[in-house]
Ligand binder design. Structure first.
Ligand SMILES: *Cc1c(COP(=O)(O)O)cnc(C)c1O
Length: 379
């Protein structure tokens, strides 16, 4: 069986050589734009490509504003800061996520508070969130508090795992009722939709990443999106050292951050953004092939939930159990097919092991079974 999988993936990628999990493709205007940026000498924090990217990106995800940043982690940091996350508050998120989500929470001195995911979406579970908040949270003067720890719950950060939508409309409705602002970690889900709306645009703020392994890349980069003019202005100000506009003076009115995306990266990214739709189409066709191949198998291929349109950034298989998962991982990696388990659950890491949490049954179940298989654009 595992041999058939190796052959199948080699056929898809038309090679017997090593097949990585995800590699970028630069076959459009990327090179021309990067050369143009170099020729202009504007390779750093000022330049036309940054502005152009922000405009085109906002249009693409149907958000009013977009602010480009140096990476997704810095975008998360500033977005959380803008929502009022601060020391000794709690931020609800899922344990099944990449470390960046929890790191950003900690940069502000806040603590992650873990709530379980749904098995089908792999994203934060609205059902579990509602039950958990009903039991442990209390709204006072328009703010939400944890009844046990007495700390304020200052934000909620759902993450759309591997590009698949979580039930984000329900999550936002529950958080609204509990007066908790929502920041979507949409780092993996650019181009994905839920009920015909782009992921990343449901919460007060959304964050994207353009790291080398994401669906489109700037080498390194990130973006914050919002429909709120005031938040957008603040995001731009804080990510550009909080500098006041002036012809020559260096005047700054608060502690800011040097988180602006360089123009050189933005040039690459503008070229990549032109390719996004074709990348999503290509990846959905690949997912269909995998889905068909694994039909009737003891290995389940993960498909998008109802009402969603996934970018299938990284394809997911569910093995029978953890033992089978490890046998699979070893076999694939021994045979030149890169395959990986999901991240170790955040609540099991030393830094977060004493965090507040709901029972995390689904996260554990998924972590024992998920593997990613090659998901690059196919030839
Ligand atoms: C990639 C990613 C980020 C941000 O990563 P950067 O490398 O800082 O751009 C954040 N959250 C998740 C879930 C990610 O996958």
């Amino acid at each position: 069986m595992y041999n058939d999988i190796v052959n199948f993936i080699q056929d898809i990628y038309k090679t017997k050589a090593f097949i990585p999990l995800h590699v970028p493709v630069f076959k459009g205007n990327e090179k021309a734009y990067v050369i143009d940026a170099i020729d202009s000498t504007f390779v750093s924090s000022i330049g036309e490509y940054v502005n152009r990217f922000e405009d085109e990106f906002a249009k693409k995800v149907r958000s009013k504003y977009a602010i480009a940043t140096v990476n997704g982690t810095s975008a998360l940091h500033i977005a959380l800061l803008l929502l009022g996350v601060k020391e000794d508050t709690e931020v609800i998120t899922q344990p099944l996520t990449f470390i960046a989500t929890c790191n950003a929470i900690n940069y502000l001195g806040a603590k992650p508070h873990f709530v379980d995911v749904d098995k089908d979406s792999m994203g934060l579970s609205p059902t579990i969130l509602k039950a958990h908040l009903t039991k442990y949270a209390q709204v006072k003067n328009g703010k939400c508090y944890n009844k046990i720890t007495k700390r304020r719950i200052s934000a909620c950060v759902p993450m759309h795992t591997f590009g698949h939508a979580s039930r984000i409309d329900e999550i936002v409705a529950i958080c609204d009722a509990f007066r908790i602002p929502v920041l979507e970690d949409a780092a993996e889900s650019l181009g994905s939709l839920y009920k015909n709306q782009n992921l990343g645009t449901f919460g007060k703020l959304g964050v994207f990443s353009f790291n080398g392994n994401k669906i489109i890349t700037a080498g390194g980069g990130g973006a914050i999106v919002t429909d709120d003019a005031e938040l957008a202005k603040r995001a731009k100000h804080l990510t550009t050292t909080a500098k006041l506009p002036h012809r020559y003076e260096y005047a700054h009115d608060e502690i800011g951050y040097n988180y602006r995306m360089p123009n050189l990266n933005a040039a690459l990214l503008v070229g990549q953004l032109e390719k996004l739709d074709s990348f999503v189409k290509n990846k959905r066709e690949l997912a269909k092939k995998y889905e068909t191949f694994f039909q009737g198998s003891t290995i389940a291929f993960k498909t998008e939930i109802k009402h969603s349109h996934s970018n299938y950034w990284l394809n997911v298989l569910l093995l029978e159990d953890k033992i089978q998962r490890d046998i699979f991982l070893n076999f694939m990696n021994d045979n030149g097919i890169m395959s990986r388990p999901v991240w170790q659950l955040m609540n099991t890491m030393r830094m977060f092991e004493n965090s507040e949490k709901s029972p995390l049954v689904n996260s554990k179940w998924l972590a024992d079974r998920i593997v990613n298989i090659p998901s690059s654009i196919t030839p």
